[in-house]
Design a protein. Structure first.
Length: 133
């Protein structure tokens, strides 16, 4: 499913779309889109999403981790997957945006890693807005 949107798509429409997408993946608790510093641009979350991973200080760690990983000589980092006891956090670099999925540790990681292709148009539109600020 690919979303067709324009720059004028309202925030409420985005919220409805991402909420529906989130509900379509069992165990997915939050989708957060941030700028490269971890400042949230857009977020949808269920009540089950842990508060600590929705905060700026957690979301901003992707840039630091990706920078350190790139020093290993394997070029720039595209994504980072972190597993915890009950949760997993998948972060994907879609410059100038970072895409974060918070899900149950039982959720298919491959599905989460592929979800950014589902809403490329929405990310492109948000990226143009973020890129101009």
């Amino acid at each position: 499913m690919k979303v067709e949107i324009g720059v004028t798509m309202a925030t409420e429409e985005l919220k409805v779309y991402f909420t529906r997408l989130m509900k379509s993946v069992e165990g997915l608790m939050a989708i957060v889109i941030t700028d490269r510093d971890g400042v949230p641009v857009f977020k949808v979350a269920t009540d089950q999403a842990p508060d600590q991973v929705l905060k700026h200080n957690f979301l901003g760690t992707f840039g630091l981790a990706a920078s350190q990983a790139s020093k290993l000589g394997m070029s720039s980092n595209k994504s980072i997957v972190c597993f915890y006891e009950h949760y997993q956090v998948v972060q994907i670099n879609k410059s100038p945006l970072l895409l974060t999925f918070i899900a149950s540790s039982e959720t298919s990681t491959g599905l989460l890693l592929d979800m950014d292709n589902t809403f490329t148009d929405a990310l492109d539109d948000l990226g143009r807005v973020v890129g101009t600020t």
